[in-house]
Design a protein around this ligand. Structure first.
Ligand SMILES: Cc1cc2nc3c(=O)[nH]c(=O)nc-3n(C[C@H](O)[C@H](O)[C@H](O)COP(=O)(O)O)c2cc1C
Length: 402
């Protein structure tokens, strides 16, 4: 995710400027804050109104905002505001100005003021792209540390076929995302996540289970994968799907299945996030055939399931970081701190069923983080995706300071 990141998009005069609208949407989906600076020529290709609406910010285009009052657009402030400046599409004309520093428009003046990383996605006809002038300009920009997002080949606005199409907005957004994520401390770390409920068989068609949807495990897996971690998600039955194809998903049913899978991999992990809502008990005997409705009552003897989180805590090696979850209904904090200690956790994510919008079946959650030394941090009710981000941010901060 790009939450907290400020991205400035520069738009120049190319037919590909319509794709900038999609790029803004992609970046906003990743939760970046987006502002747009345009050249005058680009406004013939896409309207500033469209881009200001999508970016939720006024678009900068002229040096002077208001002729009558003399109010001017502060290109220096805009350049310094950005954490990353991406010029997409970049015309041949603007490439040349970027190299020479010809600041006769607001976009180039902003570029000269910016101190952040700069990405450029050229778009032009194949012969313009092949021309030695364009080539030399791109080489000079690369030599100065500017990141070039190569155009792709295909049909061009001129009707010709060749290399010059601006890269697709989704790919540009992905490259920007990867750029920021490469600094994440989770990059290359092995993360084991458990999620979902467990189903404890009564007979071939019935089970003891709970209302966990599996959403938390899936969101956590995606969040860690986005930050470059190698993720294994061991999940109980769920219809939620991970977005990142690089996550290894291991599907299990019962607590005993989950225990077996965790035992196989835990020793090799750097981080464990155990969010599964594991059934504490299971039927002592699972009937081989469907139990018939005969007597007025049916007694099923339940026996204790293995405590997977406790096992992971007991087998935690130095350097491993372990996160557990607790859903309490009373004496939340006292019970939470006991669990933190007993299960040898580094972080306990506590939520209370007494909080409205928290717990199973909601898209929101309200949690507190408990750590050693009676350290407690409580959060507002938030979207579950944001809660997962907070959890992963907390893990990253702890790993950084370790
Ligand atoms: C229909 C049309 C499409 C154009 N497409 C491109 C293009 O894809 N790439 C390019 O470098 N120039 C293209 N141009 C030329 C630029 O718009 C022109 O060089 C302009 O001065 C660029 O100004 P700017 O770099 O300040 O935005 C196109 C011009 C027209 C009329």
């Amino acid at each position: 995710m790009l939450s907290g990141k400020k991205i400035l998009i520069g738009v120049t005069g190319s037919i590909a400027a319509y794709k900038t609208a999609y790029l803004i949407r992609e970046l906003i989906k990743l939760e970046a804050e987006v502002k747009v600076v345009m050249t005058k020529a680009s406004s013939d290709f896409i309207s500033p109104l469209t881009l200001s609406t999508l970016s939720k910010n006024p678009v900068a285009i002229d040096f002077v905002k208001d002729e009558e009052t003399g109010e001017w657009e502060n290109h220096v402030e805009l350049g310094l505001w950005a954490d990353l400046f991406v010029i997409a599409p970049a015309s041949a004309n603007s490439l040349s100005k970027l190299v020479s520093g010809n600041a006769d428009n607001l976009l180039i003046a902003t570029y000269l003021s910016a101190k952040c990383p700069v990405f450029i996605a050229p778009a032009m006809d194949l012969d313009m792209f092949k021309h030695f002038s364009t080539k030399e300009n791109l080489e000079k920009l690369v030599a100065k540390g500017v990141h070039i997002i190569e155009p792709t080949s295909g049909e061009l606005a001129s009707g010709l076929e060749g290399k010059g199409r601006m890269e697709e907005p989704q790919v540009i957004a992905q490259k920007i995302h990867e750029f920021f994520m490469k600094d994440s401390v989770l990059r290359g770390k092995k993360v084991l996540i458990t999620g979902g409920p467990t189903y404890e068989a009564i007979d071939p068609v019935r089970f003891v289970g709970n209302h966990s949807s599996g959403k938390t495990g899936v969101l956590l897996a995606d969040e860690c994968a986005k930050r470059g971690a190698e993720v294994i998600l061991i999940t109980g039955p769920t219809n939620k799907k991970v977005k990142d194809p690089n996550i290894t998903v291991v599907r299990v049913h019962s607590a005993e299945d989950m225990m077996r899978e965790v035992e196989k991999v835990w020793a090799a992990q750097d981080i464990g996030i155990f969010s599964a809502a594991v059934s504490d008990y299971r039927p002592e005997v699972a009937a081989g055939e469907k139990i018939k409705k005969t007597d007025d009552s049916l007694t099923i003897k339940l026996v204790k399931n293995p405590d997977i989180l406790m096992w992971a805590g007991q087998h935690k090696k130095s350097g491993q970081y372990l996160v557990g979850f607790a859903l309490e209904t009373e004496n939340e904090e006292v019970n939470g701190f006991k669990k933190l200690e007993k299960k040898n956790l580094d972080l306990l994510v506590l939520n209370s069923l007494r909080d409205e919008g928290a717990g199973f079946g909601h898209d929101t959650n309200k949690v507190s983080f408990l750590k050693k030394g009676n350290n407690i941090q409580s959060f507002e009710l938030k979207e579950k995706t944001e809660v997962m981000r907070d959890i992963v941010n907390e893990i990253e901060a702890d790993l950084k300071s370790a």
